[in-house]
Design a protein around this ligand. Sequence first.
Ligand SMILES: [Fe+2]
Ligand SMILES: [Fe+2]
Length: 187
Amino acid sequence: MELEKIQEYVKNQLSDKRYYHSKCVMERSRELAEKYGADIKIAEKIGIAHDVAKEMSEEEKLKYVKDNHIEIDDIERKNTSLLHAKIGKDICIKKFGFSKSMGQAIANHTTGNKDMDIYSKILFIADRTSKDRNFEDLEYLNELADKGIDEAVLYILNKKIELQIKKRAPIHINGIIARNYILEEII
Ligand SMILES: [Fe+2]
Ligand SMILES: [Fe+2]
């Protein structure tokens, strides 16, 4: 599906604030695709669509995974906000005709995962550095992103894991798997 149609669909699913975030992630994804030599249109489509399932209710999400035979684990069942990634992937593949790699970027955007390709990495960074975000380490993170895409992904993974530790919250295993994978990529 073309970008304008995807935008229209996403706009109808989300609040103004979340749609604005999605547009900012799309813009940031375009910049990163230019920087790293990836396909700009593909990165933009992934960026605008990544949170398409973010505002479904807990009930809707659990029904969606059941109806569409999506496997979920105990941590996702308890923390259903994580589920918008897997559901988003499914919607994007079925409704927008996303490729497997594009869908996987959406599935990977909350925790990270092994085998993250360029589009998974671009979305992972764009979601943390879009202009609607105001993390105090933004400048530092953008410097890292200039040095290398994997350094920036590693930094974000570390921050996400640190936050879970601070909150005494469970760490999703895919975050650990992603971190081990990126460390291997950097070596
Ligand atoms: Fe998200
Ligand atoms: Fe997001």
